[in-house]
Design a protein around this ligand. Structure first.
Ligand code: ADP
Length: 184
C-alpha cells in the first residue's frame, strides 16, 4: 500500500517519520507545511498570502492548500504513490481530497494516525525552535488541531481507512511500528 496520509497533532513526529518512510518506500513525501514554508522563503504569491496565517498558528485558507496539493499529485512522480503530511487538516479538505483521488484514479489510501499526548508534543515543539514554535502559537496550533483536525480521526475510521501508531515512543520504535502496520 503506497498511498498514505499522516495525521496527528503538531509535534507528534509526523514530519520526521513521513520523510523516513517515504525514502524507505521510494515515494514522494508531500508536506504542505514544507511547501508553504518554501513559498514564504521564495516570496511567491502563495507564500505572501499564507504567511500571516502560519505565523499565528491558523490554518491557511482551503483553496490555497487544495490547489497546491492538486498540482503536486498531478506530477508524474506521484503516480507510484506518496505520503501526504499535513493534508488534509479539516473535513472540507478531506472531502476535496476524496474527490481529487477519485478523479486521478489514485484510490486505496490509508491514514496513519500518529498519536501523542499534549505534554510530549509541547515539549518537542518548544525544543525545535521554528518561527511558529513559540508558546502562544503552539497553544493556538493545538487548539486548531483539536477543533478542526482531530475530527478526521472519526471521519477516516468510519471509512475504514484509519491505522493508529503510538507516537509517544522513540523514533526507531515508531518507525518499526509503521513498517509493521503498512505491511499488513
Ligand atoms: P505542524 O504539524 O508541526 O504544526 P506543519 O508544517 O504541518 O506543522 O504546518 C505548519 C503550518 O502550515 C500550519 O500551522 C498551517 O498554518 C499551515 N498548513 C499546513 N498544512 C495546512 C493545511 N492542510 N491547511 C491549512 N493550513 C496548513
Amino acid at each position: 500500500m503506497k498511498r498514505l496520509i499522516f495525521l496527528g497533532p503538531p509535534g507528534a513526529g509526523k514530519g520526521t517519520q513521513a520523510k523516513i518512510l517515504a525514502e524507505f518506500l521510494q515515494i514522494p513525501h508531500i508536506s504542505t507545511g514544507d511547501i508553504l514554508r518554501h513559498a514564504i522563503q521564495e516570496k511567491t504569491d502563495l507564500g505572501i498570502q499564507a504567511q500571516a496565517y502560519m505565523d499565528k498558528g491558523e490554518l491557511v485558507p482551503d483553496k490555497l492548500v487544495e490547489d497546491m496539493v492538486e498540482e503536486r499529485l498531478k506530477k508524474s512522480d506521484a503516480k507510484s504513490g506518496w505520503i501526504l503530511d499535513g493534508f488534509p487538516r479539516k473535513v472540507t479538505q478531506a472531502e476535496f481530497l476524496a474527490k481529487l483521488l477519485e478523479n486521478l484514479g489514485q484510490g486505496g489510501e490509508k491514514v496513519v494516525n500518529l498519536d501523542a499526548p499534549d505534554e510530549t508534543v509541547v515539549s518537542r515543539l518548544l525544543g525545535r525552535g521554528r518561527k511558529d514554535d513559540t508558546k502562544e502559537v503552539i497553544r493556538r496550533r493545538l487548539e486548531v488541531y483539536r477543533d478542526d483536525t482531530a475530527p478526521l480521526i472519526n471521519y477516516y475510521s468510519q471509512r475504514e481507512k484509519l491505522l493508529t501508531v503510538n507516537g509517544n515512543q522513540s523514533q526507531e520504535e515508531v518507525f518499526t511500528a509503521l513498517q509493521n502496520i503498512i505491511a499488513t
